[in-house]
Design a protein around this ligand. Structure first.
Ligand SMILES: CC(C)(COP(=O)(O)OP(=O)(O)OC[C@H]1O[C@@H](n2cnc3c(N)ncnc32)[C@H](O)[C@@H]1OP(=O)(O)O)[C@@H](O)C(=O)NCCC(=O)NCCS
Length: 188
């Protein structure tokens, strides 16, 4: 019998196992740095940063979906961001992935979300066909971007170089004052 339920902290090891299996499938087995401790801290405290759903077949974990909420400023509605979905190889093609997506769709509808969004690798045709069979489509013209690691730290450290030009125009204010205003807004 198929049962789908929200993951609890007891499921952390199996959630991490599924995360690793998906990274392996996606040809980046070394990419998973997350530990059980990370998942416990970020998913099962007072302010969870993510949710996970486990599918069990006859009490055996066979699949997982991992998601969190985002927000559409255009629609004025929250949305679900699906980070990971995976079904164990031997259990694929039996409707379990669809059951997990239906579970998320029901949450999205109940919470008045604008929709569910995710990324898929361009070579992962089986998953793309799976998603299309559910009625999903690509977001044309949009490409995913990110900044991380040293580039992120560099950006955080950057001194604001727009200021010299601004200073030249606003002659009454000295450069240091404007820099201060941008760097550390003061409470009135
Ligand atoms: C993609 C994945 C989650 C789909 O789960 P699944 O349990 O195998 O899919 P289901 O059996 O629920 O299929 C649901 C529907 O999708 C269709 N479908 C599934 N796999 C398909 C494929 N390879 N090609 C075409 N259609 C497919 C099924 O025909 C079915 O359609 P139907 O409802 O009209 O019969 C699963 O195959 C998987 O874990 N793949 C490896 C990991 C992965 O790629 N994850 C997604 C990362 S973005």
């Amino acid at each position: 019998m198929l049962r789908i339920r929200k993951a609890t902290s007891k499921d952390i090891p199996i959630v991490l196992l599924f995360i690793r299996q998906l990274a392996e499938y996606e040809r980046e087995p070394q990419a998973v740095l997350a530990t059980e401790k990370d998942l416990r801290r970020d998913g099962f405290g007072r302010d969870p940063k993510f949710r996970a759903v486990i599918a069990k077949w006859n009490n055996e974990p066979v699949g997982m979906a991992f998601y969190f909420y985002n927000y559409s400023t255009w629609k004025g509605r929250p949305g679900i961001y699906l980070e990971d979905i995976i079904i164990r190889r031997e259990f694929r093609g039996r409707g379990i992935g669809k059951a997990l997506m239906r579970y998320l769709a029901r949450i999205a509808v109940a919470r008045k979300c604008y929709g569910i969004r995710w990324e898929v690798l361009d070579w992962n045709k089986p998953a793309i066909d799976f998603y299309k069979s559910l009625g999903a489509g690509f977001r044309d013209h949009w490409r995913a971007m990110q900044i991380q690691g040293e580039d992120l730290r560099q950006l955080a450290r950057t001194r604001l170089l727009l200021l010299p030009a601004l200073c030249r125009r606003e002659s009454g204010l000295d450069r240091g004052l404007i820099a201060h205003r941008f760097d550390a807004p003061q409470r009135r």
